[in-house]
Design a protein around this ligand. Structure first.
Ligand SMILES: C[C@@]1(CC(=O)O)C2=NC(=C\c3[nH]c(c(CCC(=O)O)c3CC(=O)O)Cc3[nH]c(c(CC(=O)O)c3CCC(=O)O)/C=C3\N/C(=C\2)[C@@H](CCC(=O)O)[C@]3(C)CC(=O)O)/[C@H]1CCC(=O)O
Ligand SMILES: NC(=O)c1ccc[n+]([C@@H]2O[C@H](COP(=O)([O-])OP(=O)(O)OC[C@H]3O[C@@H](n4cnc5c(N)ncnc54)[C@H](O)[C@@H]3O)[C@@H](O)[C@H]2O)c1
Length: 204
């Protein structure tokens, strides 16, 4: 199985997590950020999920898994502690669904990398199942490279400039030149950034 990394928008999608243990809780907390509709199917849920449930953050079907529970799922997270049930979930998933099998990645089609965000920057790491702990360590090490306070503001500057350049009347080659020039060290300077933005605004 060769997996490729993607960035995915799950807002409004139906995500069903089967199982309500610690791993289910970790995935739920991560996926809540995406604006997906979250459902957990499990006879019990861990204490950390209780307040989120009271808050209406997810629907809890308090029962053992049945195939109909995932009939409308866009994403299925397989996370019970019973390998037989986990296999039934995989086999019962709709053809179009993305399946994250937390017990055995190879019997699914999506895994979660370790990642960190710094404003618009996302850096993710996967070890292809070799060692999620190593993936976490690498993420933590990489994070220190981007720890300076300027990083977020600099990416916002690049983003704003890129939008202005794309929407400008500059020729294609001028646009490419400008996009490269943005990365010159001089534009780490706030004053130079402001001047460039003003200059680009005149190129509409
Ligand atoms: C990165 C992270 C993201 C996340 O979960 O969101 C993630 N696992 C994390 C932590 C972690 N997981 C495990 C430990 C205990 C130590 C250990 O066993 O090493 C720790 C450490 C800890 O908790 O600190 C145990 C474990 N994990 C998997 C299995 C089953 C198997 O391998 O067969 C087992 C054994 C279960 C058992 O039998 O007991 C499987 C998967 N875990 C993955 C991702 C995918 C592969 C990513 C990759 O290849 O790099 C994959 C394939 C599927 C998936 O879940 O998508 C997250 C760190 C988040 C962060 O950065 O903070
Ligand atoms: N991907 C990872 O990073 C990672 C890490 C550790 C463990 N795991 C795997 O994740 C799985 C879950 O681990 P955990 O620590 O959360 O387990 P856990 O024992 O804490 O929780 C298991 C949950 O499954 C539920 N469950 C049991 N039978 C069910 C059924 N028939 N229908 C619906 N739900 C049912 C239980 O009610 C419980 O809420 C295990 O298979 C483990 O191998 C994955």
């Amino acid at each position: 199985m060769t997996l490729i990394p993607v960035m995915i928008d799950l807002s409004g999608r139906h995500v069903v997590i089967v199982g309500g243990g610690n791993i289910a809780a970790r995935k739920l907390q991560l996926l809540l950020e995406t604006g997906a509709h979250m459902t957990i199917v499990s006879p019990s849920i861990v204490a950390s999920l209780q307040p989120l449930h009271r808050n209406g953050d997810f629907i809890w079907k308090q029962k053992p898994f049945e195939k109909q529970d995932i009939a409308n799922a866009d994403v299925v997270i397989v996370a019970t502690n019973d390998p037989v049930i986990n296999q039934q979930v995989v086999e019962g998933a709709p053809r179009h669904a993305l399946i994250n099998n937390t017990e055995d990645a190879e019997r699914g089609n999506m895994t979660f990398p370790s990642f960190f965000r710094k404003g618009r920057l996302t850096v993710s790491t996967s070890t292809g199942g070799a060692s999620p702990t190593l993936a976490k360590m690498i993420s933590q090490q990489l994070r220190t490279l981007f720890d300076d306070e300027q990083c977020e503001a600099y990416l916002d500057f690049l983003y704003d400039c890129r939008k202005l350049i794309k929407g400008s009347s500059l020729s294609k080659s001028e646009k490419i030149d400008f996009l490269r020039k943005l990365l010159d060290d001089e534009f780490k300077n706030k004053e130079k950034q402001r001047n460039l933005i003003e200059q680009l605004k005149t190129k509409k």
